[in-house]
Design a protein around this ligand. Structure first.
Ligand SMILES: [Zn+2]
Length: 68
């Protein structure tokens, strides 16, 4: 009469993206070991700066300008 309730694995379980560990920044004279969760080939100090999109959608490219 005393059955244990077993928990199931979360149904949409998805492992974190990970990349090979022990990578070293490509910048010369930089020996920083990059986290395996970092998808870039440079450490945080040397990767090019990118800004995430904060809000809204990006302006479409190549639209015709309205005639004056
Ligand atoms: Zn670096």
């Amino acid at each position: 009469m005393s059955d244990y309730i077993k928990g199931n694995k979360y149904p949409n379980y998805k492992p974190s993206n990970s990349y090979s560990s022990g990578r070293i920044c490509l910048q010369e004279n930089c020996d920083t070991v990059i986290s395996k969760y970092n998808k870039y080939r440079y450490c945080n100090a040397h990767k090019s700066k990118t800004y995430p999109r904060i809000k809204g959608r990006q302006k479409p490219e190549g639209l015709q300008e309205p005639k004056a």
